[in-house]
Design a binder for this molecule. Structure first.
Ligand code: SF4
Ligand code: SF4
Length: 97
């Protein structure tokens, strides 16, 4: 049986598309990974802002009308906002393309 080589130390890993400079994460369009997107039923939304607090990408902000608004360039479709919305007004829709 062939001997397995040991796993490399993290310092020995090749540099890839890591975030190396402060503020450079804005150039990584994480929305490209998304297979489904959140959609809102604004008739049910009470404008509490809870979903915006839990979004791990920081791509969910309250708009001028007080409703949450998603920046799809960075939304990964993780559905945490769906889980955290206590009124159940967010659901996920599969991406068409
Ligand atoms: S699906 Fe995930 S990344 Fe997108 S808005 Fe909701 S919490 Fe944020
Ligand atoms: S958590 Fe739900 S009810 Fe509250 S702002 Fe977000 S979508 Fe609206």
């Amino acid at each position: 049986m062939a001997k397995q080589s040991p796993a490399p130390n993290w310092q020995d890993l090749a540099l890839g598309c890591a975030t190396l400079e402060a503020g450079s994460s804005r150039y990584q369009k994480t929305g490209d990974w998304r297979s489904s997107r959140p959609i809102w039923n604004f008739e049910q939304c009470v404008k509490c802002g809870v979903c915006t607090v839990f979004c791990p990408e920081g791509c969910l902000k309250m708009n001028a009308d007080g409703y949450p608004q998603v920046d799809l360039d960075y939304c990964k479709g993780c559905a945490i906002c769906v889980t955290e919305c206590w009124t159940g007004c967010i659901s996920m829709e599969e991406e068409k393309d």
